[in-house]
Design a protein around this ligand. Structure first.
Ligand code: NAD
Length: 357
């Protein structure tokens, strides 16, 4: 494999103002068309575990920045979930000319294998269980694959949605004082694998839904099945709702959203919802509770980790994911004690656990 041609800049090896990541592998494979980056933020708790995103990036720097941010988030997520893993993430720069997807993911599997177990991969946005099977043909450092028979494993998305639901419900309980989600209005941005499963659970719990997706077929289905109100994708961040659940891509909470949105609680599945911790401070000052993404969306990685470690049972995995609700409660106590905004308090908590190993 050849190295990617990424021009040097001050932040090439880490996020702005932070120590460099432990390891970054950038590779291309001419035969399959693969161009990918694996970023390992930390292995203090164990091998770096995090999914593989297959996405369109305008530049290689944009892809690198995404890998750096996502891998740091995975380190926080795995630490707060008490998993014996560090944080890493892979991004594949989507190439519309790829004709053999299997070959692409075989090549990515060889890239993962070349790290000798320092990084373990799984699905993320733009990748499927079938892709992970192609990865598995080249390496055993992969999860999120249906294993067959009674052996636990498979697509993490429903587990992610379950964890988000538990975290959202506890947030509503603590912040709004509501013992159930009956008649609580939740605005869901993005009705993909996670957002859709979340809507199913919210609807079953009696919540009222406001939804947006750039795919109008998805919103029409949500209107029909869940009685959801549809709003334009550009307007969901300002919708009138008690709760906002960002479940599309990152960066939903911009400065203006943090200053002007009308929600009481924000709890969703998307990674990197805040543009930066400063937006979390603005929300906190305005009395809006932000349940950090890396705390509430850990259900999928908990499922993948238990699959990877073996001998998992569905009920035990669900019970472990349900603990996300208790962790939200503990975070709120930390916020009350320290006065810190929830995002900062959660980062501090995760760092404590990363040092403890
Ligand atoms: P997905 O690709 O299945 O769904 C994303 C959905 O968002 C799609 O329906 C897409 O049309 C929609 N969308 C894109 N841009 C939008 C916009 N501007 N406005 C409204 N809708 C928009 O992805 P997913 O697996 O459901 O993941 C969603 C988010 O959750 C991602 O940020 C991902 O990193 C994060 N996440 C996913 C998992 C998992 O288990 N799948 C785990 C942890 C975190």
């Amino acid at each position: 494999m050849d190295r990617l041609n990424v021009a040097a800049n001050d932040n090439l090896l880490g996020l702005h103002g932070e120590p460099p990541h432990e390891r970054i592998l950038m590779a291309s494979d001419a035969a399959s068309g693969l161009q990918a980056i694996i970023a390992i933020y930390s292995t203090t708790r164990g091998p770096a575990f995090g999914g593989c995103r297959n996405w369109h990036y305008a530049t290689q720097h944009e892809a690198l920045n995404d890998a750096l941010r996502l891998s740091q988030g995975m380190a926080f997520k795995n630490a707060l979930a008490d998993l014996p893993f560090g944080g890493g993430k892979a991004v594949i720069i989507r190439n519309t000319k790829i004709h053999d997807r299997m070959e692409l993911f075989n090549a990515f599997g060889r890239m993962v294998e070349s790290l000798g177990g320092a990084y373990i991969t799984a699905e993320d946005v733009g990748t499927t269980a079938a892709d992970m099977r192609a990865v598995q043909a080249e390496t055993s450092y992969v999860s999120g694959i249906p294993r067959g028979g009674d052996v636990y494993g498979g697509n993490p998305s429903p587990y992610t949605a379950y964890g988000v639901f538990m975290g959202l419900r506890e947030s509503v309980h603590c912040v709004l004082g509501a013992s159930t989600l009956e008649n609580v209005t939740v605005a869901v941005q993005g009705l993909g694998s996670v957002g859709w499963e979340l809507c199913k659970r919210l609807h079953a719990a009696g919540a009222k839904l406001v939804v947006a997706d750039i795919d109008s077929a998805r919103t029409a289905e949500a209107q029909q099945l869940f009685g959801a109100q549809i709003v334009d994708a550009s307007e969901i961040v300002m919708a009138k709702a008690d709760v906002f659940a960002p479940c599309a891509l990152g960066g939903a909470i911009t400065g203006s959203v943090a200053s002007d949105c009308r929600f009481r609680v924000i709890a969703g599945g998307a990674n990197n919802q805040l543009m930066s911790l400063a937006e979390g401070d603005v929300l906190h000052r305005r009395g809006i509770f932000y349940a950090p993404d890396f705390l509430v969306n850990a259900g999928g990685i908990i499922s993948c980790a238990r699959e990877y470690l073996g001998s998992a049972q569905e009920q035990a995995v669900l019970a472990e994911i349900a603990e996300i609700g208790q962790r939200v409660h503990q975070l709120i106590e930390r916020v009350q004690t320290t006065g810190m905004a929830p995002a900062r308090a959660a980062v501090a908590w995760a760092r404590e656990k990363m040092i403890a190993g």
